[in-house]
Design a binder for this molecule. Structure first.
Ligand code: IMP
Ligand code: MG
Length: 176
């Protein structure tokens, strides 16, 4: 039997926070060329909402990442980019992800993006789970900090499940 994730952030609460983050990013990049770089797949809904809330011209390029581990413990990271790196040359790049946990994904992707030599690189995540951080990464824009729960919805999955939920919920620890 499938139990519904226990609600943590409603769709309305997420939408409010996304508008605030967009306003902050807009202020910080006034008059500068801006690229959003969502990390697929989890960042898809967040990045799509953020993009529309920015209300200014934005270039969009994608990265992808997945950690192969057992269950919910992250293992080796596979990541890559789907664009010509020259597209980032004179851009202020905001890397967008659903959640930062150990920090491995963001720190690797940010390092690769920096190597291309853009004007500036920053990071924006909807959720920050600081409890399990082991890779040093500074995140400039954070939606919500959360306790060490496994969360799903709004793009985040549990082994492929629950990405489509419009809200963010906590899955029962027992099903880990
Ligand atoms: P990190 O590399 O450990 O920081 O993990 C980041 C990636 O792991 C995120 O982009 C998510 O895809 C995934 N992840 C981490 N915590 C959760 C969670 O609680 N639910 C769903 N996915 C998560
Ligand atoms: Mg992810």
């Amino acid at each position: 039997p499938v139990t519904s994730p226990h609600p943590l952030f409603s769709n309305a609460a997420i939408a409010r926070r996304v508008r605030e983050l967009a306003a902050q990013i807009r202020r910080d990049h006034h008059g500068q060329p801006l690229t959003l770089l969502p990390i697929l797949k989890g960042a898809l809904p967040f990045a799509a909402d953020l993009l529309r809330a920015l209300e200014r011209p934005v270039q969009v390029e994608f990265a992808h990442a997945s950690s192969y581990g057992s269950g919910r413990s992250p293992g080796a990271l596979s990541h890559g980019f789907a664009f010509d790196p020259r597209l980032l040359r004179d851009q202020c790049v905001v890397v967008v992800d659903d959640i930062v946990d150990t920090g491995q994904t963001l720190s690797r992707i940010i390092a690769d993006i920096r190597a291309v030599g853009p004007r500036r690189v920053s990071a924006c995540v909807l959720l920050d789970k600081p409890a399990r951080r082991h890779a040093a990464v500074s995140v400039d824009y954070v939606g919500f900090a959360i306790e060490d729960h496994f969360v799903v919805g709004y793009g985040m999955d549990d082994d492929g499940k629950h990405r489509e939920l419009p809200y963010i919920g906590i899955v029962e620890e027992a099903s880990a």
